[in-house]
Design a binder for this molecule. Structure first.
Ligand SMILES: Nc1ncnc2c1ncn2[C@@H]1O[C@H](COP(=O)(O)OP(=O)(O)OP(=O)(O)O)[C@@H](O)[C@H]1O
Length: 271
């Protein structure tokens, strides 16, 4: 069961409270501001454990802002502030005692454009382990193999681990970034349009991988691609102008949307 503190009827505040599974990320009365401009309004919903939850909605509706709030990537931007809370596994990510570097390891992130370092494939995978002083070769070898296998990349690169990561294809680089996140043994993997720069074949491989990864990790994905949201996610949250309009199982959101704005967006009539 969830270890989150009791709040007043969280389900009652969900735009669609159909999700019954154990929640892992709890978003509570969350508002977010860039300076004087409010980007997110009173968000309140739960994201289930070891499932894929998609954030969808037209450009500028706040999907990335919310995603980046979960592992406090927005802290890097001047003049931002928030109200409310986000709990991951029962702990506030904004707790003053939370160490942000370790938070970002526990809540890994994969970006729109893959961002490998100009280093070998091997060093890319264990980069943050090296930074934190872990240098035992046998241990690192094992983590590299497990992480690359976890990212469905091992077979393609096992004979060239010491070659530059910059020689990989776009899809392989994106899977390498997933392997880098996995090496930290994360609880959550956040993905911000991870396939937007990839061709359909590379996209298909990442989607297959997401399907596999959800057996071990809680995944939140921002996507503009409705077919992708329908294919990979268990739950979908639809946002408009910084508000959560509707949230539920992907099947309900796509086939039985309750809100006319959701329906219009899903069917491509706006956005
Ligand atoms: N660094 C920033 N400074 C000021 N405003 C910002 C910043 N980043 C985003 N915003 C604003 O916050 C709002 C939400 O933006 P956000 O990028 O979260 O939306 P999005 O749904 O992810 O959009 P897209 O699909 O185009 O990536 C928008 O009005 C945007 O202009």
């Amino acid at each position: 069961m969830s270890t989150a503190p009791a709040v007043d009827s969280p389900k009652a505040n969900q735009a669609n409270g159909a999700l019954a599974d154990e929640s892992y990320i709890q978003i509570r009365d969350f508002n977010f501001f860039y300076g004087a401009s409010q980007a997110l309004h009173n968000l309140q919903f739960d994201i289930p454990k070891e499932q894929v939850t998609a954030f969808i909605g037209p450009s500028g509706c706040g999907k990335s802002t919310l995603l980046r709030s979960i592992n406090r990537m927005n802290d890097l931007i001047d003049g931002v502030r928030h109200e409310g809370d986000i709990l991951v596994n029962g702990h506030s990510v904004f707790d003053p005692l939370t160490e942000v570097i370790s938070l970002r390891k526990r809540i890994g992130m994969v970006f729109q454009k893959s961002n490998p370092f100009p280093k070998s494939i091997y060093e890319n995978v264990i980069y943050s382990l090296r930074v934190s002083g872990r240098n035992k070769k046998s241990e690192l070898d094992e983590i590299v193999e497990t992480s690359l296998k976890g990212a469905a990349l091992w077979d393609e690169v096992k004979d060239r681990l010491n070659e530059s990561a910059l020689g990989l294809s776009g899809g392989q680089m994106q899977r390498l970034c997933i392997a880098r996140a996995i090496a930290n043994q994360p609880e959550v993997i956040l993905m911000d349009e991870p396939c937007s720069a990839l061709d359909p074949i590379a996209t298909g491989k990442i989607e297959e991988l997401i399907n596999e990864l959800k057996n071990h990790y809680t995944i939140v994905i921002v996507t503009h691609n409705m077919q992708q949201a329908a294919r990979v996610s268990d739950n979908t949250a639809f946002f408009y102008l910084g508000k959560l309009i509707e949230y539920g199982t992907t099947e309900d959101i796509f086939f039985k949307p309750k809100n006319s704005q959701t329906e219009a967006y899903i069917t491509g009539r706006f956005g």
